[in-house]
Design a protein around this ligand. Structure first.
Ligand code: URA
Length: 239
């Protein structure tokens, strides 16, 4: 059971004070009855809530796929930079969402944003071996020896030995290379540091897959949408 004013505030109907005002104006009904007490305890999953004659879609969690743009930080708050949460509509911000894992400020692509702490934990724990796939552009050509080095486990500048990673060379010539890299960890600047270990620089980095979730390439950078039910089911079906 939860307080009615809290439920509505969490669903984005305003601050508690604003919600109380809605209730005072007799705009809120539970199972067809007009409610006057903002502190009334309700079971939001098992009653019909109406605000201003519109049925309220109750949910506890939100799951958003964002195509993260360049220049925005993957955090809930930052003193200097715009965050991925700042981009969201207020209706989502009311759920207190946070990004699952981090992408660097200059990395673009697939970022999952949710308020589901359990799912977050599962997705970022190396124990579950969730694949993250990045498309990267590299400043120098690459060859089979780099693929082997990634497969063996790259040693980073702090002596950390990475888990085996898959490097797929899409294109390589004297101007540089285009690759897909699959990793299961999420160390700080991991992909960039892996390439530094083999003497190369990442010049463009975009995450294209996270577990079972593929970046929706129709989403322009900086845009987002909720996951479909199928996407969510596939993503949460982790073994
Ligand atoms: N690896 C990086 O170096 N940067 C990212 O943003 C993600 C993975």
């Amino acid at each position: 059971m939860e307080r009615l004013d809290k439920v509505l505030a969490n669903l984005g109907y305003g601050t508690r004070k604003e919600v109380k005002a809605l209730i005072k104006k007799k705009l809120v009904k539970i199972d067809g009855n007009t409610i006057k007490d903002p502190g009334m305890n309700i079971d939001p999953e098992n009653c019909e809530i109406m605000v201003d004659d519109q049925v309220v879609k109750y949910r506890k969690y939100i799951y958003i796929m964002m195509n993260k743009p360049d220049g925005v930080v993957s955090a809930t708050f930052d003193n200097y930079d715009e965050t991925v949460i700042d981009i969201l509509d207020p209706e989502y911000i009311a759920f207190n969402p946070f990004p699952v894992g981090r992408l660097d400020k200059d990395t673009v692509g697939l970022l999952l944003i949710t308020n589901d702490g359990d799912l977050n934990h599962k997705l970022i724990s190396p124990k579950w071996h969730v694949d993250k796939v990045y498309y990267a552009e590299i400043n120098k050509p690459l060859d089979e020896s780099d693929v082997k080095a990634f497969e063996k486990g790259i040693v980073l500048d702090d002596d950390y030995k990475c888990m085996p990673a898959k490097l797929e060379i899409l294109k390589s010539d004297e101007n540089g290379a285009e690759v897909n890299v699959t990793i299961q960890e999420g160390k700080f600047h991991q992909v960039k540091r892996m390439f530094q270990s083999v003497g190369k620089e990442v010049v463009y980095l975009k995450r294209i897959k996270f577990g079972a979730l593929d970046l929706d390439e129709t989403l322009p950078e900086g845009e987002y949408r909720e996951l479909t039910e199928e996407e969510l089911n596939n993503l949460t079906n982790i073994r």
